[in-house]
Design a protein around this ligand. Structure first.
Ligand code: ZN
Length: 61
């Protein structure tokens, strides 16, 4: 029942990622395409990753 690392696949470039255990809502950067990915779910040591739209500060002011 111990997990030293979890794995996921970058939704953009499909690189296999092995990272220390993360929890839902945490973010990481894909080392290949440099996108910011957010952990949507963790199941059986596998991450479901979602691209994060990086919000540039563009609120009109
Ligand atoms: Zn990637």
């Amino acid at each position: 029942m111990s997990t030293a690392a979890v794995t996921g696949v970058c939704p953009e470039c499909e690189t296999d990622l092995t990272v220390p255990p993360l929890v839902e809502g945490e973010t990481l950067s894909c080392p290949e395409c440099m996108l910011t990915l957010r952990v949507e779910a963790v199941q059986d040591g596998k991450l479901t990753l979602q691209m994060v739209e990086v919000q540039l500060r563009d609120w009109g002011q």
